[in-house]
Design a protein. Structure first.
Length: 200
């Protein structure tokens, strides 16, 4: 193995650092990772790549990826995301998806949907596990059905004689896709953070 960066321990170290530095601005993150790669490459050039203990010592001297990420985030004035329990995450994401089926309930449905959506967004924004960027994207995607569903219904109505209840029901899945994407993204981000916390 000629390139020390290809060593399994180094790859695992850099992968973990990549996960923990996700909240950093992209340019700062690339710069940090490039600097560390170069440092590791130069330092390990003097060692036998087969000497796993030497590789481990070099990485230990650098510090844990979570600590490096926390220091870089502090320089940017950001807090390091902290994982929540999977139960809290699941409840938040379930509340975020619940407004769509609630809209189909006659009379009280829209009121309950609005209350549930507001509760979900408050939970997302109060959660320490998601970055500001995650929260902004989630908010945009969670409220998108308010725009997407009527547009889909209007497009269906324009393509036929007029708007019918069945067309409204057909437009509903179009509005459901974007909140589903947001929930998937938040769930994946939370799972990565929990995985990183377990290995810390």
């Amino acid at each position: 193995m000629n390139n020390p960066i290809e060593h399994p321990l180094v790859r695992a170290y850099l992968d973990e650092l990549t996960r923990h530095t996700a909240p950093l601005p992209e340019e700062r993150r690339r710069e940090l990772l490039a600097d560390l790669r170069e440092h590791i490459e130069v330092t390990l050039a003097d060692f036998d790549p087969a000497d796993e203990e030497a590789v481990r010592q070099v990485l230990n001297r650098l510090g844990h990826p979570r600590e490096i990420a926390a220091a870089a985030l502090a320089e940017e004035g950001q807090a390091c995301p902290e994982p929540e329990s999977s139960g809290r995450t699941t409840l938040t994401l379930a509340l975020a998806l619940l407004p769509l089926p609630l809209l189909l309930v006659p009379v009280l449905g829209p009121v309950l949907a609005l209350a549930t959506a507001v509760t979900a967004l408050i939970r997302v924004w109060k959660s320490p596990q998601w970055t500001r960027r995650d929260k902004k994207w989630a908010t945009l995607l969670f409220v998108s059905p308010v725009v997407v569903t009527p547009l889909a219904a209007a497009a269906l109505a324009a393509s036929s004689a007029g708007l019918t209840p069945s067309m409204l029901l057909s437009a509903w899945p179009a509005g459901f896709c974007l909140p589903l994407l947001a929930a998937f993204r938040l769930a994946r981000s939370a799972a990565r953070l929990r995985t990183g916390a377990v290995t810390a």
